[in-house]
Design a protein around this ligand. Structure first.
Ligand SMILES: Cc1ncc(C[n+]2csc(CCOP(=O)(O)OP(=O)(O)O)c2C)c(N)n1
Ligand code: SF4
Ligand SMILES: [Mg+2]
Length: 316
């Protein structure tokens, strides 16, 4: 069992499991999310990966970037595959064939909010013992930036274009964290790789709890979000600083703000306008134009409403 030391020194000394040489785009948030989560492992770990950019770009035949046992599952059944791996590990342990490994599943937003939701909800209801990590880049990126249940209102995607007739996606982002928390699982949390210690500590908690754990990490996509590759971490920081993506955890039903979000709740003057987050991304460039000021104001009001709701749930 590895000793957990979430300091820069401790984390630098810990082995990498996602190795260099993969084909994710330069500046892709997914590889940062995954590397940080894997810094939290406590021993032998089996990884399950839904179809999506992460899977495709890390396993181009005949190569693999994974220095741990890894299984690709179909787009729609990551949580079911992870449940099967956990069951097999339990059976081996029962037969005296060694201690069971931890299991971590990785899936994108398309594979979680939409097509994989039934498998996820079932695994949470059955109380399966694994950590499910959602890397959320807010669209189906691997197949060409199509909108998903996670894409926010007014975002441009290839299936929600921006023009005289339409202003990007018209529906709202599904509140996946609240839906998952409603399953009353032992642990659920949100995270941003810009706040790396917060993310890694949450991943470790998710690995350690008995039963299902869910970690929802924001994950930039420079192709789909249309941003400079050098601004990846800054955008994931602004998502938190603007309260577009609050950081919180739900432990046995108790909601708690963490990290920068906790600081913003105490000192509201730290909260930045959502335009700071939007203006670095081409997918929202229409919202920054003066003629769409009313739409920008609507987005700001939506962010404020959601932030107030999360603060209330967290008892702030
Ligand atoms: C049943 C099924 N439908 C469609 C596809 C095609 N497909 C492969 S990856 C993908 C997009 C995945 O989106 P997401 O889960 O958000 O991950 P991302 O690529 O954005 O990282 C789609 C639609 C598939 N593999 N299987
Ligand atoms: S398309 Fe987006 S999500 Fe996919 S590898 Fe490139 S940056 Fe990452
Ligand atoms: Mg996606």
């Amino acid at each position: 069992m590895n000793e957990f030391n979430p300091t820069l020194k401790g984390l630098a000394a810990k082995e990498e499991i996602l190795m260099p040489g993969h084909r994710l785009c330069a500046g892709c948030g997914a590889s940062i999310v995954v590397r940080q989560v894997l810094k939290a492992t406590r021993g032998p770990t089996i990884l399950v990966n839904a179809t999506g950019c992460l899977e495709v770009a890390t396993t181009i035949y005949p190569y693999t970037s994974w220095a741990a046992p890894w299984i690709h599952s179909a787009f729609e059944n990551t949580a079911a595959t992870a449940s099967g791996v956990v069951a097999a590990e339990r059976a081996f342990e029962k037969k005296g064939l060694g201690k069971r490994s931890d299991v971590i599943a990785f899936a994108g937003d398309g594979g979680t909010y939409d097509i994989g939701f039934q498998a996820l909800s079932g695994a949470l209801e059955r109380g399966e013992d694994f950590l499910y990590v959602l890397y959320d880049n807010e669209a189906y990126m691997n197949t060409g930036i199509q909108r998903s249940g996670s894409t926010p209102r007014y975002a441009w995607t290839t299936t929600t274009p921006v023009g005289p007739a339409e202003m990007g996606k018209l529906e709202y982002k599904k509140p996946i964290d609240l839906i998952v928390a409603a399953h009353d699982i032992p642990y659920a949390a949100t995270a941003s790789p810009a706040y790396w210690r917060d993310l890694i500590v949450k991943a470790r908690k998710g690995i350690e709890v008995e039963g299902p754990a869910f970690l929802h990490a924001i994950s930039t996509c420079d192709r789909g979000w249309r941003h400079d590759t050098g601004e990846t971490v800054e955008i994931m920081r602004l998502a938190v600083e603007t309260c577009y993506f609050p950081l919180f955890e739900v432990e046995n039903g108790e909601f708690r703000l963490t990290s920068r979000s906790k600081a913003i709740a105490k000192r509201p003057e730290l909260k930045k306008p959502v335009s700071e987050f939007l203006k670095l991304q081409g997918r929202f460039s229409h919202l920054i134009k003066p003629e769409n000021a009313d739409k920008l104001e609507e987005v700001q009001k939506g962010v404020d409403r959601y932030w107030e709701k999360i603060k209330k749930l967290c008892g702030e």
